[in-house]
Each structure stands twice: as C-alpha cells, then as structure tokens.
Design a binder for this molecule. Structure first.
Ligand code: SF4
Length: 237
C-alpha cells in the first residue's frame, strides 16, 4: 500500500464521538451511527467510479493472504497484460499488528503505477485490472464460487470498516473518491448502511446482522432526518 494513504487510513477510535455510538454491539463490535446517516450512492458502480477505492491497495489478514496465494494460479490467469502475475510480488512484505484483523496481523497488497481512467488516480492495487475489476473476485467467479470467496474482508466492506473494535464509515479513504465520497454528495440516494446490507450480512452473519437491522429500523426516522440534514452528522469536507 502507499505509505501516505495508509497513515490517513489508520484513524483511531478516539476520532469517533461517544454520542455517535449505538446502544448495541454486534459480533462483539461497537457501531458508529455514522454508517446509518452518511449518504452514499446507489451501489458500487465501477462504470461510474473507475474503482478508485482500490488505488492504494488494502491490508489483508494473513489468513486471507494465504487463501489468495493458495489460488494464485487462478488469480494470475484472471489478470490482464497490465498486471503483475508473479505471486511473490503481490504483497508488500511488511506485516503489521492490528487487532481489527482475525489473526491480529495483516499485510498490504502491492501498489503499481497505472492509468486510473475516470477515477483520476495514477496508481492502483496489484489486483486491479484495466477494466477496474478485482482479479481476485473475477477468478473466484470464474471458478464457480461466490464472488467474494477469496477477497479480503475490508475490500468487501468498504466504505464500511472496523477501527479499534468499532464498525464505522471510512471517511479518510473516502475523502478522495469523487463519485461515492463526500465530494460526490449529489450522487447520494440513501445511506451507507442501506447500500451495504449484503456486505454487512456477509461480515456479521445473518443473526448478528438481524440485530443491527432491528436497531436501524427502530431509529430509522432519526437517522433519515440526520442524513437529509447537511452538516448535522454527515461527513463534509
Ligand atoms: S484486492 Fe481487489 S478489491 Fe481489494 S483493493 Fe485490491 S483490487 Fe481492490
């Protein structure tokens, strides 16, 4: 991953005001109500965004890295002529300790200079192809598996993330994204939560997601009022 970008992403739980924390926990994690009030686009539409969220790569849990390397042949075959097909150079080699990953350790994907197209970025994750698709996802789908079977969890979840045990909105990584980030508020049609329900179901499991959804429905009127009031809770730049 790009160093400057990583520093920006490593925000801390101290950044989340206590009054924004929901009165429930799901899967042992606190919940920042910003996910219910922050606006977002209809869905992650690569044709509109160009995969800008992949421009700085991602941290993958060491277990996720092992799964990716286990399927290196299939993933390399899904890559195009602009990508590095050598698995030995897919990760940056710097292991970090982070309790927000299942194993407690993670490693960054390598980032390369590339034409970011409409995203406007000049670099991208080693797994990002020239169509701005993720080769890990393409390979899993080609193998007849669920499209997220081999994909790092924090890629699936974005713009939702987990910071020091709290599910929240990744405002720092979203800041430069012209389509879905706070620079693209005119594209917003609903909240981050509403856009990311399937991803949260995958992450939390249906039972814990059900608790989150019950909380959302119980407070929906308050959240919608906040979402539609610019500057009240939404991240603005
Ligand atoms: S692994 Fe795939 S989804 Fe994640 S940042 Fe890289 S290209 Fe994007």
């Amino acid at each position: 991953m790009a160093d400057a970008e990583l520093d920006e992403q490593l925000s801390t739980r101290d950044d989340i005001p206590s009054e924004r924390l929901a009165s429930i926990k799901v899967r042992g994690l606190a919940v920042d109500e910003l996910i219910f009030t922050q606006g977002f686009v209809d869905y992650c539409n690569i044709d509109r965004c160009g995969g800008g969220c992949c421009h700085s790569g991602v941290y993958a849990d060491l277990g996720e890295q092992a799964v990716i390397l286990e399927h290196a042949n299939e993933i390399a075959l899904a890559m195009d002529d602009t990508q590095d097909t050598n698995p030995e150079t897919w990760f940056d080699g710097e292991i970090i300790d982070d309790a927000d990953f299942p194993s407690g350790q993670a490693i960054g994907t390598q980032v390369h200079e590339r034409d970011g197209g409409i995203s406007g970025f000049t670099e991208g994750c080693v797994f990002l192809d020239k169509r701005h698709f993720c080769s890990i996802q393409v390979a899993a789908a080609k193998a007849g598996l669920h499209r997220w079977a081999w994909k790092p969890k924090y890629c699936i979840l974005f713009p939702v993330t987990v910071v020091e045990g709290t599910i929240t909105y990744d405002d720092s990584h979203s800041a430069d994204l012209h389509y879905c980030g706070p620079k693209g508020t005119s594209n917003y049609v609903h909240s981050v939560y509403e856009a990311m329900r399937e991803e949260l179901q995958d992450f939390l499991g249906m039972e814990e997601f059900g608790k989150l959804n019950d909380y959302y429905l119980s407070n929906r009127e308050r959240f919608e009022k906040s979402r539609l009031t610019p500057g009240l809770i939404q991240v603005t730049l």
